[in-house]
Design a protein around this ligand. Structure first.
Ligand SMILES: Cc1cc2nc3c(=O)[nH]c(=O)nc-3n(C[C@H](O)[C@H](O)[C@H](O)COP(=O)(O)OP(=O)(O)OC[C@H]3O[C@@H](n4cnc5c(N)ncnc54)[C@H](O)[C@@H]3O)c2cc1C
Length: 427
């Protein structure tokens, strides 16, 4: 039986999930020896670059079932963990360490300092205060397990032993390899959270233009013949130098990450620039303008809603109308063409772009092989997993870190406290 004073816990990966796990473990069992092994020269490097250097720590959503809806992969598995550690707990955790978080209009939460170093420094300080051994430049190259402890080999050749292991290596291939070697199936990793590359004359030179509310639908082959509701998103769209971005696009990229990968990021996006209209209502309203504002030029403004003027002009061009045409001269076929431009503009997606360098990985350790009450492997007792190594990913807005905090926290408590199948009486 491993006594609490013997318990050797190795955390592989010094990121958000690894730190939260290590800190929870050290707090749960003060006698345990907790070590974080980090391959890089610096700990918490993703925390530092996250959120454009501000670290979007979590999302102001405090209802576990609703919060879980922010995860294209893993939402169902996270529902119960969120009832134990959710954004409210993240806020309290950081507050207890002297860090105040603030909420922005769209629900994203940041440290009031607007500086990700506040979060990284706090995690480092807390870990040091608890006596956690922090080893950077300590890349793990092999993990083996027979009947006894885990043996962990570092690139330097040094071999360490551990009673329990927390694998929190994020989305690097080596971490998936370790999990696979310890018996786990890996759902093939593909990128999530990206922008759409679109080369279309209607968008040329419009970079920076934002439409606060548009509806975008992906025209991908439909699973079971039905459009999954998440493949249609309503929200802000931003035109960039390369194509389309903004929350509605990023959400689509996450929800259809695997299907978009499957089609080589080449498909059609249909945009309704006026989501309260459909082709029929738009056509009728456009024809009404023939009488109501007969002498006005069509390009002067969009009479159906507040569309940026430059975009409206491009849609008028796209419908094949002369720029000096007046409403009185609008023919029925032209009204149909313009209504279609407004409510179902088609844009050919020709690839994926980056979103402020932020990306996450869809795919990872198969979730049914992990017990989400403890984050312990169901296949390899004593092995715990947390963070992005799991087949969990969230939409942008703080959901990905919340996954790291929640699964790290649960793993940390269980790794130091709960008996495992391998070690039924400890500690
Ligand atoms: C540019 C960018 C910005 C982002 N901004 C946000 C944001 O604002 N909000 C949000 O919610 N999400 C954001 N994300 C996503 C978020 O950063 C990740 O989901 C999160 O960091 C995952 O945490 P993790 O601890 O699981 O993995 P990681 O943070 O990736 O940490 C894993 C660690 O393991 C180490 N490691 C890997 N292999 C080994 C090995 N063999 N031996 C030892 N160590 C190893 C790695 O070096 C790394 O430090 C962003 C992502 C990027 C790329």
């Amino acid at each position: 039986m491993a006594m609490s004073s013997d318990l050797r816990i190795l955390v592989i990966g010094g990121g958000a999930a690894g730190f939260f796990g290590a800190i929870a473990a050290a707090r749960t069992n003060r006698a345990a020896q907790v070590t974080i092994l980090e391959a890089g020269p610096k700990f918490l490097s993703k925390v530092l670059i996250s959120g454009g250097g501000r670290c979007n720590v979590t999302h102001a959503c405090f209802e576990p079932a609703r919060l879980a809806q922010g995860y294209p992969r893993g939402g169902k598995a996270l529902r119960s963990p969120f009832s134990r550690f959710q954004p409210r707990d993240t806020i309290a955790w950081f507050e207890a360490e002297g860090v105040a978080l603030k909420t922005e209009a769209d629900g994203r939460m940041f440290p009031t300092t607007d500086d990700s170093a506040t979060i990284a420094d706090t995690l480092m300080r807390t870990a040091q205060r608890l006596g956690i051994e922090l080893r950077s430049r300590s890349a793990v190259v092999a993990i083996a397990r027979d009947s006894g402890p885990f043996t962990v080999t570092l690139r330097s050749g040094e071999v360490l032993e551990a009673d329990r292991l927390l694998l929190a290596t994020g989305s690097v291939p080596q971490g998936y390899r370790f999990a696979a070697e310890l018996g786990h199936a890996i759902v093939p990793p593909v990128p999530s959270l990206f922008t759409f590359k679109v080369d279309d004359p209607r968008l040329t030179d419009l970079a920076g233009l934002a439409v606060p509310r548009a509806e975008v639908t992906l025209n991908l082959p439909l699973p079971k013949g039905k459009l999954p509701p998440q493949w249609r998103q309503t929200g802000p769209i931003l035109v960039t130098h390369w194509g389309l971005s903004g929350p509605a696009i990023l959400k689509l990229s996450a929800w259809a990450a695997r299907e978009l990968h499957g089609c080589g990021y080449r498909t059609i996006a249909t945009v309704n620039w006026l989501p309260d209209e459909n082709p029929e209502t738009a056509r009728q309203k456009l024809l009404d303008c023939k009488g109501a504002i007969a002498r006005k030029q069509i390009t002067s403004h969009c009479p159906l809603g507040s569309l940026p003027q430059r975009l409206w002009q491009r849609l008028v061009d796209g419908a094949g109308l002369d720029r000096d045409r007046r409403w009185a001269d609008l023919s029925k076929p032209q009204a149909i063409a313009l209504a279609n431009q407004l409510t179902r503009s088609q844009f050919a997606i020709a690839g994926k772009g980056v979103f402020k360098d932020e990306f996450v990985t869809c795919g990872g350790v198969e979730l049914k092989e992990v017990n989400f009450k403890t984050m312990e492997s169901r296949l390899c007792p004593g092995l715990f997993l947390a963070g992005e190594i799991l087949d969990v990913d969230g939409i942008t807005g703080g959901f990905n870190f919340q996954n790291a905090w929640t699964t790290g926290w649960i793993a940390g408590h269980a790794i130091a406290a709960a008996p495992t199948a391998q070690n039924p009486e400890a500690p």
